[in-house]
Design a protein around this ligand. Structure first.
Ligand code: GUN
Length: 292
């Protein structure tokens, strides 16, 4: 991937800069924790198959671990691996005290039941926040390990001193990874939230009313300028790979003149997601060593 240009437009959220800030804080805390407790936080990743973007994301996660002083283990399986083998590894990792976080890169091949796999990750090692116990806690407002991408969005809002309370939030996409948890986390902060998805009849009638619009569908360029309210804040969480490049769900050039803030693709929520994962791995190590 080519290096990204410097962000100078104040309307563009510089996800890399926010991520660097989070990572600097995590690095400091990891050093302190390791010195005081003699424990190095450690993350184990599991990747099944040859999906090129997933391979890249996992590599980026290991690089981030290195930057902040977290140990990491890389478990790779061929596409045709059976579910039982993956679950067996998860159970071994659950039992190993020197491993604090477990991440199964999604999507998994079709013959593997993602929900079953997520259920097997010990809740206290579930740094991605996909275990139903952690999801359920989030639903009742007890946010511990929550999905990293929506948490990155919340962090970006905080960075810009934007309080979601009372705001009209529209989430486009109802995945368990982004759409649903983003909606719940904003509801927890007293926003008025609606979730649109592939069966929504008149998408534009909803998106045009959003003070904060979060789009995570994977449909390149789905959101055009006339679908966005003047002054809106837009988070583009879409990723489409075409010709060795990534594209978001938002027609960035068209939408930019209307927004007060927008997260670009690439360089928006992606780096923030990884930085939050680092934060969660440290949090998991502290939790497992008896610190809060
Ligand atoms: N695939 C797309 N986003 C994510 C994520 O946040 N975590 C994992 N494990 N897989 C993903």
């Amino acid at each position: 991937m080519e290096p990204l240009p410097e962000v100078t437009d104040p309307r563009i959220i510089d996800g890399r800069k926010i991520a660097q800030g989070i990572e600097a804080e995590v690095k400091k805390e990891v050093e302190k924790f390791t010195n005081e407790r003699g424990i190095k936080p450690a993350l184990a990743t599991i990747l099944v198959g040859e999906h090129p973007p997933s391979k890249l994301y996992v590599k980026l996660k290991h690089w981030a671990c290195k930057r902040v002083g977290i140990a990491s283990e890389d478990h790779k399986f061929p596409q045709e691996t059976g579910q039982e083998e993956i679950i067996e590894l998860i159970e071994t990792l659950n039992r190993r005290p020197e491993i604090h976080g477990i991440l199964v890169q999604l999507p998994l091949p079709k013959h593997i039941d993602e929900r079953e796999v997520m259920m097997r990750i010990a809740p206290e090692k579930d740094v991605d926040g996909f275990n139903p116990l952690n999801m359920g806690k989030m639903l009742i407002g007890r946010e511990g390990f929550v999905p990293c991408t929506p948490k990155g969005i919340i962090r970006a809002l905080e960075e810009f001193n934007i309080d979601p309370q009372g705001k009209e939030v529209v989430v486009v996409g109802h995945s368990n990874v982004v759409g649903k948890p983003a909606a719940i986390m904003l509801l927890n902060r007293n926003a008025t939230v609606r979730i649109c998805h592939i069966f929504t009849r008149d998408l534009k009638s909803h998106t045009r009313e959003a003070d904060i619009l979060i789009v995570a569908t994977g449909v390149r360029g789905l959101i055009k300028a006339d679908m966005v309210k003047e002054g809106a804040i837009v988070f583009d969480v879409g990723i489409t790979w075409q010709d060795e490049r990534v594209y978001g769900d938002v027609d960035f050039e068209g939408v930019l003149p209307r927004v007060s803030l927008i997260s670009p693709v690439p360089g928006g929520v992606g780096p923030m997601t990884i930085a939050i994962l680092m934060e969660h791995t440290l949090m998991a190590a502290k939790l497992q060593s008896g610190e809060k």
